[in-house]
Write a protein that binds this ligand. Structure first.
Ligand SMILES: *Cc1c(COP(=O)(O)O)cnc(C)c1O
Length: 411
C-alpha cells in the first residue's frame, strides 16, 4: 500500500485532516457549531494563547481564531495546489482584502494586472486609497513584464505585492505566471522582494497550480468551483507556511474567517471538485466550438481557441492543464446579446460562475457595469459580449439551448 504522504490528491482529499475516531466514528466530519473550546488545564490555555500570539498553530481557543471545520477544510484544500498551508475566509473578497492588508507596507504599493474581479477592482482603486494605500493597475496579457519594469523604474522602488488574476475576466486573457515570479525575484533587495499573489478562482486548483511556478499566495473565491453548487459564499488563501501567520492574524482581527457551516459545505464539495471541473470543462469546450462556427457569433474567447503559434496559446499550454468552464463571446450589439440572454431556457440568467448549473450574463450591463466605459473598451468588454459559465447538464441540451437562443436573436 502507498504511504499516506504519497497518495494522489483525489485520494487524499477524502480523508486528510479528519480522523473519524475524534468524532464518535462519524465517517463524515460533524459541524462544530461552537464559539469556544474547553481547556484541559489553565496551563494549556496559557500555552495556546502564547502559541497564537507567536503566530504558531495553537490549540483551539475560540472560533474566530480557529475551528475544527476550518482546519479540516484547510488541510484538504491545500492538497490540490501542493501548498504548505491554507486559510479559509467567509468570502473571496475577504480572502483578497485580508491578504492585501497583511502584506501592505506604508512606503510601498501594490501592482495588479487589470482586469481583475469587480470587487477587487473597487477595493484597489476606490477603497484602499482612502487608507493611503496605493494600487497601480497594469494590463493583463502578453506585455505585463515590460509594464512591471517601467512602473518599478518610475516609482523608484519595488511593489510590496504583485497581484495577478489569470485568466482575466471576462476576456480570458492569460498572463505568464512564471515570468512574473521571475521578475519578483529579480526585484529582491536585502532579502525582501514583492510577494506574488494570484486569484486562481477561474481555473484552479484543478487546471492551474501556480505554486509550481513559484507563486507565494494563491487566492480563491470558494463560492465558485470549489463550493460548486451556488449555495454558499466563501474564500481561501493557500501558499507558503511562513506567510500564513500575518494572514491568520489579520483574519482574527477583522473576523473574516469562514464559518463552521461554510467550511463543512466546502469540505463536502472538495470531494467532487476534480470530477465537476473536468466535466464542466468538457461541456464548455464542446460548446465553444459550436459558438465559434455560428455565423452570428463574431468572436469566442476560450483557451482552446487561442490561435496556434500565438503567445496566448504558448502561455496557456505552459501553465494550464485544461480550458475551464468560462466562455465569453461577442454578438454584434447589446440588443442581440440581451435577446440571446432572454431566450435561454436551460442556462440561468444570473451572475457568478463555477456552479453545477449553467449560467449566462452580460458583463457590460451586469458584472462589469461598475467599470467605466473607456476602461471596458480597453479591456475588451464590448456591448455585445455574453459570458457563460458552463455546468454539468447534458451537452446536447446545452447546445440546443444556445442554438435556439441564437436563432431567436435575429427573429
Ligand atoms: C467571485 C470572485 C471573487 C469574489 O469572491 P466572493 O466569494 O464573491 O467574495 C474574486 N475573484 C474572482 C475571480 C471571482 O470570480
Amino acid at each position: 500500500m502507498k504511504k499516506a504522504g504519497a497518495l494522489r490528491p483525489e485520494t487524499k482529499i477524502v480523508e486528510a485532516g479528519f480522523d473519524p475516531r475524534t468524532a464518535r466514528n462519524s465517517v463524515k466530519p460533524p459541524i462544530y457549531m461552537t464559539s469556544t473550546f474547553l481547556f484541559d488545564s489553565a496551563e494549556d490555555g496559557e500555552r495556546f494563547f502564547a502559541d497564537a500570539k507567536a503566530g504558531k498553530k495553537a490549540g483551539l481557543i475560540y472560533s474566530r481564531i480557529d475551528n475544527p471545520n476550518l482546519q479540516i477544510f484547510e488541510e484538504r484544500l491545500k492538497v490540490f495546489d501542493g501548498a504548505e498551508e491554507a486559510a479559509a475566509f467567509n468570502s473571496g473578497m475577504s480572502a483578497v482584502a485580508t491578504s492585501v492588508f497583511a502584506f501592505h507596507r506604508p512606503e510601498s504599493y501594490i501592482l495588479y494586472c487589470a482586469p481583475v474581479y469587480g470587487g477587487t477592482e473597487v477595493l484597489f482603486e476606490k477603497s484602499l486609497p482612502t487608507l493611503g494605500m496605493r494600487a497601480i493597475g497594469l494590463h493583463a496579457g502578453d506585455d505585463v513584464g515590460r509594464q512591471i519594469k517601467e512602473t518599478v523604474e518610475r516609482e523608484g522602488s519595488a511593489p510590496s505585492m504583485i497581484f495577478l488574476e489569470t485568466p482575466a475576466n471576462p476576456s480570458i486573457q492569460m498572463t505568464d505566471i512564471e515570468a512574473v515570479v521571475q521578475q519578483a525575484h529579480d526585484l529582491e533587495r536585502d532579502g525582501v522582494r514583492p510577494i506574488v499573489a494570484i486569484d486562481n478562482t477561474f481555473l484552479g486548483p484543478i487546471f492551474q497550480k501556480p505554486i509550481q511556478f513559484g507563486v507565494d499566495l494563491v487566492i480563491y473565491s470558494t463560492t465558485k468551483f470549489i463550493g460548486g453548487h451556488s449555495d454558499m459564499v466563501g474564500g481561501a488563501v493557500v501558499g507558503r507556511a511562513d506567510l500564513m501567520p500575518p494572514i491568520r492574524s489579520w483574519r482574527g482581527q477583522l473576523g473574516t474567517h469562514m464559518t463552521p457551516y461554510g467550511a463543512w459545505l466546502a469540505t463536502r464539495s472538495l470531494e467532487t471538485l476534480d470530477l465537476r471541473m473536468r466535466r464542466c470543462s468538457e461541456n464548455a469546450a464542446a460548446l465553444a466550438n459550436v459558438l465559434a462556427e455560428h455565423p452570428m457569433v463574431l468572436k469566442v474567447y476560450y483557451p482552446e481557441l487561442f490561435p496556434a503559434g500565438s503567445r496566448q496559446r504558448e502561455i496557456y499550454e505552459k501553465q494550464c492543464t485544461g480550458p475551464g468552464a468560462l466562455i465569453s463571446f461577442d454578438l454584434a450589439s447589446k440588443e442581440l446579446a440581451f435577446r440571446f440572454l432572454n431566450n435561454l431556457n436551460v442556462f440561468t440568467l444570473a451572475v457568478s460562475l463555477g456552479g453545477n448549473e449553467s449560467l449566462a450574463e452580460h458583463p457590460a450591463a451586469h458584472t462589469h457595469s461598475g467599470v467605466p466605459r473607456e476602461v471596458r473598451d480597453k479591456i475588451g468588454v464590448g456591448e455585445g459580449m455574453v459570458r457563460l459559465s458552463v455546468g454539468l447538464e447534458h451537452i446536447d441540451d446545452l447546445t440546443a439551448d444556445v442554438l435556439h437562443a441564437l436563432e431567436h436573436c435575429c427573429g
